[in-house]
Design a protein around this ligand. Sequence first.
Ligand code: P6P
Length: 342
Amino acid sequence: MTDSTRLNPADEIALGRDFMTLSQHVLSNFGTFSAEAYDLSALMSRIGLAGKTIARHLSLAGLLENVLGVTGETNVQGEAVKNMDHYANRVFLRAFEQSGLVCRLASEEMEKPYYIPENCPIGRYTLLYDPIDGSSNIDVNLAIGSIFSIRQQEGDDENGEAEDLLQSGRKQIGAGYILYGTSTMLVYSLGKGVHAFTLDPSIGEFILFQENIHIPDSGSTYSVNEGNFWQWEESMREYIRYIHRQKGFSARYSGALVADIHRILFQGGVFLYPGTIGHEDGKLRLLYESAPLAFLIEQAGGRASTGTQDILDVVPTKLHSRTPLIIGSKENVKVVESFLNK
Ligand code: P6P
């Protein structure tokens, strides 16, 4: 009589792998079936839905209208809005309407936070996100990403200014990114390690491929836009000259922060976006780019610094505050800081 409760070992392993979905993993990562665990499992599942929807749209670039190219508008950052920026921003908003989970969403693309009134009485989470990071890569079919940060709302936000968001990154309860590359991957942490998933389009699920990822303590990749060399402080130029003299270091810079961070998470090294003359705070935004990636990289055993202060300790003065960013393997970040603090 065949035992229909078991498969052969190889099929059993494959079945087990296919059933470690994103929402399943959040519950197992929490180790409880509390209301909070279920809420965060559902929240992560909605983020996964947004990622799947964006990945599908991107896969038809050139065939579908409004995937490539620009909308003709300029966003709050003063940057030209790409069609995909606009589309992906809306996808995240739609993913959380009728979810009961998230009352407010704050994004690179929106000057003010977006409120979902029907969620607010019960939804105590706020999602901060960069819907498309690296959008200059879209029209040339190179890797791009989405970055997300999850916070608990503090107080009732009566004046609708979301002032409770102007707190350090240590207030984050979760963060991660979706990388739209040769495959679509989602990497997240809820404060209990860093875990990575690959989207299997054939079943429409993000399937776990590595959990409790640890970033190497040092690496031989440095990732920086050397086109800005003469705009940097002399101390930063000194660091780059030092790296040029080190054997075995390679420069890798994709133009998409998420792609560069993904490489460094798995292979070690350091990503740098320092301030420049006239833009001492650099280009990258704190609340929905640097802080979530700092949360993730610290969870993986790495470091993230402004050059003089941990990113996670920086308190923003406004929703779209920018910060210099030095992030990656702790030994590499330490060397950069030693130059910047001479
Ligand atoms: P630059 C994309 O616009 C982005 O925000 C990051 O994804 C990327 O690392 C950086 O800016 C690239 O900026 O000035 O080197 O083109």
